[in-house]
Design a protein around this ligand. Structure first.
Ligand SMILES: N[C@@H](CCC(=O)N[C@@H](CS)C(=O)NCC(=O)O)C(=O)O
Length: 202
């Protein structure tokens, strides 16, 4: 199995955490789709990472699909509940976390443009989405240890990756100031070996 990913991609990190938690052997092919010599578009027409190639040569993207593939291998521990509606709720939380990432990536890209070309309203719009999603996650977590059920699920992995990506790219948001439950959650999940070993360099 081979995963093509950049070391900073939070979507790819979600998959790397799952691979580590499940102890599935996988070759990591580091590739940035932003580089001119990238091989990513040949694997994924959308030109995005992560991309996973199975041992049988089948190619999967994007990260929710890859997560589904890893679950379909039926290798414990499981990160999706067997019950259909419970699984939909896990996916809903994953979508919120991934939506935070989409907004954070857009805000980051806007800020990378030359100062005179930047539109502050674009950044503000994305940051408003992030804040609303954080509020929803704070309420969704409540006083429980994990987002859904008694044990860690894909929802927790996705939220953990999203929160740490905010630290990496949008530290000035200071999201911890307003979200005490998510703050404790990030510390808890961030201490797991799978998170420590996949933390972006630098
Ligand atoms: N929905 C996709 C998003 C993947 C994505 O946007 N990846 C970024 C890296 S963080 C990327 O490859 N961007 C390159 C581009 O947009 O051209 C997923 O969950 O895998």
């Amino acid at each position: 199995m081979k995963l093509t990913a950049s070391l900073t991609s939070p979507y790819a990190r979600k998959i790397r955490v799952l691979l580590a938690e499940k102890r599935i052997p996988c070759t990591l092919q580091v590739d940035s789709p932003w580089e001119t010599d990238t091989a990513v578009p040949a694997l994924n027409p959308l030109g995005k990472v992560p991309v996973l190639e199975s041992d049988e040569g089948e190619v999967f993207f994007d990260s929710p699909v890859i997560a589904g593939y890893l679950e379909a291998l039926d290798r414990p521990p499981h990160f999706m509940p067997r019950d259909g509606m419970a699984a939909v709720r896990v996916r809903q939380t994953e979508a919120l976390a991934d939506g935070i990432l989409d907004a954070a990536v857009l805000a980051h890209l806007e800020r990378m443009r030359p100062a005179e070309a930047q539109l502050p309203s674009n950044v503000e719009r994305q940051c408003a989405k992030i804040e609303r999603a954080l509020q929803a996650l704070e309420a969704r977590l409540g006083e429980t240890e994990w987002f859904h059920g008694e044990r860690i699920s894909l929802a927790d992995v996705a939220v953990g990756c999203a929160l740490e990506y905010l630290d990496l790219r949008l530290g000035a948001l200071n999201w911890r100031d307003r979200h005490p439950r998510l703050t404790a959650f990030a510390a808890r999940i961030g201490a797991r070996e799978s998170f420590v070993s996949t933390r972006p360099p630098g």
